[in-house]
Design a protein around this ligand. Sequence first.
Ligand code: THU
Length: 131
Amino acid sequence: MTNLTLEEKQELIRMALAAREKAYAPYSNFMVGAALRAEDGRIFTGCNVENASYGLCVCGERNAIFHAACAGERVMTELCVVADTSGPVSPCGACRQVMREFGIQTVILANMKGDFKITTVEELLPYGFEL
Ligand code: THU
C-alpha cells in the first residue's frame, strides 16, 4: 500500500466526486466518479459513460485509467472511486483487472455519505491475470 497524506486522500475523493457530476448514466441512473494519481503526481479523472446498447457502457474507473494512459502515463499509484451506495462502493471485476495493468496499489472506495475504505488491488483481485 502506498503512503498518502490525509490531504492527498481528500483531494482524490474531491476530484472523484467532481468527476461523478459528469457521469452519463441515463439507463442505470447509477453515477460513478473516479480519480487517480499517476507516478509523476498528475491526477486524472473519469466517470461512467453509458450507451443505448447496454453492453457498451464503460465504468468510471476504467475511463479514469484510460484517460491517464492516453496522456502517456504507464505507472499509476492510487485510485479513488465514488458512488451513491450504502457502504463504500466496490469496483467491478473488469476494473480491478485494468487497475492491475498499470500498477495501481492503493484504492480508496468511497460513497456520497463520506464513508470510505482504503484497500489494495492485491486484496481486491487476488490471482489477477498476467501474461
Ligand atoms: N459502474 C462503474 O462505473 N464502476 C463499477 O465498478 C461498476 C459499475 C457503472 C457501469 C454502469 O454505467 C453503472 O455503473 C451500472 O452498472
